[in-house]
Ligand binder design. Structure first.
Ligand SMILES: C[S@@+](CC[C@H](N)C(=O)[O-])C[C@H]1O[C@@H](n2cnc3c(N)ncnc32)[C@H](O)[C@@H]1O
Length: 373
């Protein structure tokens, strides 16, 4: 551990938290300054985000959206999405990632889906591809969506991946080295069943400092996923930590050597959970790189300072540069979609905002106008 890391570790008690967080933030910021200098697509996306954060019109449109969402949720009970949008998305993207694995005329394969509700991925793989699998998701009583898709080739189990032994309990159902494909699709969405806090501060904070539960859940998912994959199998995971690329790259520097390829795809909520990551063709845990990846995810303690420091990459090293070059085309596509979406949202919000103000102004002058008659 470097002296700076020891320093942070010593401060990690309750009293030192704020100071330690500030130090981590400044190291992460230095890393992002390098990214900012090197990547125009990233720069443009950040500029658009800043414009949105500074815009009263965007702020107002988020407020209206939260009110509308709350009213829909009140009318319907909990806001459970249908599987259609997920199925459409996976049918488009999975064959682009690996046309051989996701060939609808290919052999029957085995999969596991974590964070499976409402069941779009399962529906895609079971109903369209004819695969068999296990699905795990948060129970309805714990505010999970509930599975809308059921089939004889799918066994579903309630599991909360925020609990430490969740991944072991899943391995008891779908054993080690049994899957050709594992989807780790948990998204801890504050809008899942309750009214969302959509204030600018909340959106910006969510972007910059991820809720601590999210990395814990991601590592529990990875512990299960890497164990469940058979050699040659592929992993897909939702990386919902906003723009925390220093964390994603840190993670990929550890996992990538155990796979033949890495790809990044958008999600259908471009402004919210920017990426899914695909790691194709696992070398297996009997190969050194596979064993190292497994050991890494099992030993990781994403809730300790030492691990936060280890997980984020703070140096723009050769390995990071190579990762960035490998992912650049995919990331530019994702960032481009995200930027177009945010820009469109801002323009719409501004149009609506100014026409609302215009109406208000006209309205407030009306009595004067009428009095002339
Ligand atoms: C974006 S949805 C996944 C969509 C799903 N893959 C599909 O294709 O229909 C995210 C899911 O993660 C679940 N989730 C959130 N927190 C969880 C947790 N702690 N443990 C297990 N599942 C969780 C949510 O309830 C939700 O079903």
């Amino acid at each position: 551990m470097s002296s700076a890391e020891k320093d942070l570790d010593a401060k990690s008690g309750a009293d030192g938290d704020d100071e330690a967080i500030e130090q981590i933030k400044s190291r992460i910021e230095a890393w992002y300054n390098v990214l900012h200098d090197r990547d125009q697509a990233w720069r443009e996306l950040q500029k658009e985000k800043q414009l949105g954060w500074n815009s009263a019109a965007v702020e107002e449109s988020w407020r209206q959206r939260a009110l509308a969402l709350a009213s829909v949720n009140r009318q319907r009970g909990v806001g459970v999405p249908s599987t259609h949008k997920y199925v459409r998305f996976y049918l488009e993207w999975l064959p682009k990632l690996d046309p051989h694995l996701f060939d609808v005329n290919g052999p029957q394969r085995t999969f596991a889906d974590v964070g499976s509700s409402p069941g779009g991925m399962c529906e895609t793989l079971v109903a369209t591809h004819g695969w068999v699998g296990h699905a795990f998701s948060l129970a309805v009583e714990a505010e999970g969506f509930g599975m809308s898709f059921e089939h004889g080739n799918l066994s579903y189990h309630d599991v909360d991946f925020a609990t430490p032994d969740s991944w072991r309990s899943c391995l008891a159902k779908s054993p080690p080295e049994s899957c050709d494909f594992v989807n780790l699709g948990i998204v801890v969405d504050r809008g899942q069943s309750k009214q969302d806090d959509q204030s600018t501060d909340s959106r910006r904070n969510h972007e910059q400092t991820a809720p601590s539960q999210v990395p814990l859940i991601l590592f529990n998912e990875l512990r299960y996923g890497l164990q469940a994959l058979r050699p040659g199998g592929s992993l897909y995971f939702a990386f919902q930590l906003g723009s925390n690329l220093s964390l994603l790259y840190g993670l990929l520097c550890e996992l990538r050597p155990a796979f033949e390829c890495v790809r990044v795809t958008p999600t259908f909520a471009a402004h919210r959970t920017p990426v899914y990551v695909f790691l194709g063709v696992f070398c297996g845990r009997n190969v050194a790189a596979g064993a190292a990846a497994l050991e890494f995810v099992e030993r990781a303690r994403p809730d300790s300072w030492e691990w936060v420091l280890r997980l984020h990459c703070f140096q723009w090293s050769q390995g990071v540069q190579a990762m960035h070059e490998e992912l650049a085309a995919d990331l530019h596509h994702v960032w481009g979609l995200q930027m177009d979406h945010l820009r469109q949202m801002r323009h719409d919000a501004e149009r609506k905002y100014s026409s609302g103000r215009h109406r208000k102004d006209t309205h407030s002058r009306e009595p004067l106008g009428r009095s002339r008659w």
